[in-house]
Design a protein around this ligand. Structure first.
Ligand SMILES: *Cc1c(COP(=O)(O)O)cnc(C)c1O
Length: 375
């Protein structure tokens, strides 16, 4: 009996290389792309441990929880770390990055998260990349939450290490991820005696044994299911058109923001619309309404809605509308607004669910324009 998940033949080196090439096309990059056999934390950690050591002076931009994690890894590697933390309700600017680089000219590594699904902001990577390139530092970017939802262009932006995962806007698997690596980044790793070697974390192993060998022999058996799912989700994005997929995410963000503003009670957590991520919209609850309780109540009406409370200390005040991948639709956005509106009204908060519905609909139309309006 055949089964879609079982008795799969091993994934060939040729198929693996073809999937890497497909991911490279999605990123518009001529750099090497290594598909890693684990969730995105694998290349995120592997790239930092490969590129950073006791001689490294890093500027670590913190716009959400992942930036904090990167700072911890960098310190663990022995790097000197200058954290540039901005409040979670905003984005970092290229000017702020430029000032930090001018204050510490010895900085030779910059880490940045593109979009933060956890806090709902997105950073202007193209502008920041110009500043980083002018300074000459190696540029490390976490694009896990942005890829598929907005342009991610490592070559155009001068990103040396660009990490993506498929589980957010790409609507794909969480078990594999990818990193694009510039020649400069490979050279930095090769010169780093502390870079992981003969290790599951090692990017250099893939460089030396896979890429330099002409991608003929894999290091170990790849995770077939996840690899096939990654191939399928890139194929689906190509078929819909990356621009259309990104437009759906932009519309979902605009509609959620407009709907929340018209609803009343909830406020966009990220103050400026331009700083808000297309991948997910974060909302602030009134001071006397616990966000986790409100989300729990909303999910009782429809457990499939892409709603979550903020993580950790944000759980009391932040709602996340995760309108990404298959949920970057009018239906998901309207469903979230309706469920949150009903839960607020039930609690006695003055809210207008019908105004929210209309505002979200209009914002979706405005953002998408006629012709692309079937979301
Ligand atoms: C989702 C995400 C990741 C991957 O982490 P998970 O907690 O496994 O989902 C990494 N970086 C960013 C910015 C993310 O949003």
């Amino acid at each position: 009996m055949t089964h879609p998940f079982l008795d799969l033949p091993p994934l060939s080196a040729g198929r693996f290389a073809a999937i890497e090439d497909r991911v490279a096309r999605l990123l518009g990059t001529g750099q090497d792309v290594v598909v890693m056999q684990g969730e995105a934390l694998l290349p995120l950690e592997g790239a930092i441990r490969a590129a950073a050591g006791p001689g490294t002076v890093a500027l670590n931009v913190v716009t959400g929880p992942y930036g904090q994690t990167f700072g911890n890894w960098l310190r663990d590697c022995g790097a000197t770390v200058h954290d540039l933390a901005v409040p979670f309700h905003t984005a970092v600017s290229a000017e702020q990055v430029g000032r930090a680089l001018a204050e510490h000219p010895e900085i030779d590594f910059v880490s940045l998260v593109h979009a933060e699904a956890a806090t709902g902001n997105t950073n202007p990577v193209a502008e920041i990349g110009e500043v980083v390139r002018a300074h000459g530092a190696l540029f490390y970017l976490d694009a896990v939450a942005s890829v598929g939802a907005e342009p991610v262009l490592p070559d155009a932006w001068g990103v040396d290490l660009c990490v993506i995962g498929a589980q957010k806007a790409m609507g794909g698997p969480a078990g594999v991820s990818a990193v694009s690596v510039s020649e400069r980044a490979w050279a930095r790793m090769a010169a780093n005696p502390n870079a992981p070697r003969r290790s599951y974390l090692s990017l250099l192993d893939w460089k030396e044994r896979w890429i330099d060998g002409g991608r003929k022999a894999l290091l170990h058996a790849p995770a077939q299911l996840e690899m096939l799912a990654l191939e399928a989700c890139v194929e689906r994005i190509e078929a819909e058109g990356p621009g259309t997929v990104m437009a759906r995410h932009a519309s979902a963000a605009a509609a959620t923001r407009a709907g929340a503003l018209a609803l009343g009670g909830l406020e966009p957590y990220v103050y400026e619309a331009g700083d808000a991520a297309p991948v997910a919209t974060t909302l602030r609850t009134p001071s006397d309404v616990d966000a986790s309780a409100l989300v729990a109540r909303a999910l009782e009406s429809d457990p499939a809605l892409p709603l979550a409370a903020g993580g950790g200390a944000l759980a009391g005040e932040m709602i996340r509308v995760n309108h990404y991948g298959p949920d970057a639709t009018r239906g998901a956005v309207q469903g979230c607004l309706a469920a949150l509106g009903a839960a607020l009204v039930e609690r006695g908060v003055k809210a207008d669910p019908e105004a929210a519905r209309r505002a979200a609909e209009e914002a979706w139309e405005r953002a998408t324009g006629p012709g692309l309006s079937e979301g």
